[in-house]
Design a protein around this ligand. Sequence first.
Ligand SMILES: NC(=O)c1ccc[n+]([C@@H]2O[C@H](COP(=O)([O-])OP(=O)(O)OC[C@H]3O[C@@H](n4cnc5c(N)ncnc54)[C@H](O)[C@@H]3O)[C@@H](O)[C@H]2O)c1
Ligand SMILES: O=c1ccn([C@@H]2O[C@H](COP(=O)(O)OP(=O)(O)O[C@H]3O[C@H](CO)[C@H](O)[C@H](O)[C@H]3O)[C@@H](O)[C@H]2O)c(=O)[nH]1
Length: 344
Amino acid sequence: MILITGGAGFIGSHTCVALAACSEPFLILDHFGNSRRSVLERMGRITGMVPPCIEGDIRDAGLLRRIFAQYPITEVIHFAALKSVGESVREALRYYDNNIAGTVTLLQAMRAANVRSMVFSSSATVYGDPASLPIREDFPLSATNPYGQTKLMMEQVLADTSASEPGQWRIARLRYFNPVGAHESGLIGEDPQDVPNNLMPYVAQVAAGQRPCLSVFGNDYPTPDGTGTRDYIHVMDLAAGHVAALRYLRQNMGLLTVNLGTGRPVSVLEMVRSFEKASGRPVPYAVVARRPGDVAQCWADPGLAERLLGWKAELDVDRMCADAWRWQNGMARSLLEESALAAH
Ligand SMILES: NC(=O)c1ccc[n+]([C@@H]2O[C@H](COP(=O)([O-])OP(=O)(O)OC[C@H]3O[C@@H](n4cnc5c(N)ncnc54)[C@H](O)[C@@H]3O)[C@@H](O)[C@H]2O)c1
Ligand SMILES: O=c1ccn([C@@H]2O[C@H](COP(=O)(O)OP(=O)(O)O[C@H]3O[C@H](CO)[C@H](O)[C@H](O)[C@H]3O)[C@@H](O)[C@H]2O)c(=O)[nH]1
């Protein structure tokens, strides 16, 4: 059985659906700090069974001990983390505590239970401002904010843990590029609890009429249309990458580090046009100043993942927008209305 920390979140919920589709048993551990309990029932509508879930915190060593004692856990996929760059600058200690202390507590509990296999959510943010493109796994690493720093530090914790007991650990550090989109059912998707920081959920809310206008952060970058480019990857492709990593670890001992991206850069304006096409709605935008800390361009060389895992992203940006729109215009809208009603 696979323990999925943060399995109720955006990437975790889609990965659980992918695992259920290949009959892999799993157990979710999530404290719902950045997700809704109702996601479990919606996942159940897709898979035919509400997934088993324990509500709790990865920093709770006693709870982890009980979980490892009670369930036949053999592997862990570790999504649980705080992920907002801006918030991490204002609340640095909260980020270090949740992400670093949480991961160390989890690894200690795994070791005590003799479970030494983990798939870990890292991020392209560990490459900082890349000197050249596309980005390969052996490029220099750096961080420009506490969130990125926690990802770098957790990657180090995992490397040192692996090295401390040679031949015993199986660890995959998956560096995601920009996960977007939603499950094709429209029942689960990215569900920001606040004003979205990221491009795709913001564009989706503008298309849905929930926000008047997108601010495009700069059009004077050295890119074909002047706006920033990113490697957007469909969340179901990303989910499939986790299944592939899990299978790789079952056959291979040691530490694996791979990019999960498409290898194709997409600009802000290309994303806007694709979303307009998918939704049939206009996405009004205004160009404003660059966002501090943004890099001009970021995209992956996904070749290593293809060679080692036999995995490759399949879904294009039009499909990412179509699926995100189905989610936004249906379930996400009604969840938002429910929250607004509950707040009154
Ligand atoms: N979404 C992205 O753009 C992106 C990009 C690169 C890497 N990542 C990483 O992928 C992982 C998943 O991201 P996501 O987008 O699904 O985020 P998310 O916030 O939707 O999901 C994270 C889940 O973990 C839970 N959680 C957080 N701290 C916890 C704790 N201490 N104990 C128990 N549960 C806890 C939250 O309630 C949430 O359900 C994170 O580690 C994130 O840093 C995300
Ligand atoms: O309202 C917005 C939001 C974003 N953008 C632009 O859209 C592009 C993508 O921005 P996102 O915020 O969606 O994604 P980032 O690549 O900037 O950041 C994300 O991916 C990084 C990895 O590369 C880190 O993981 C980070 O935590 C995560 O938020 C950038 O050019 C950004 O300037 C806008 O123009 N307007």
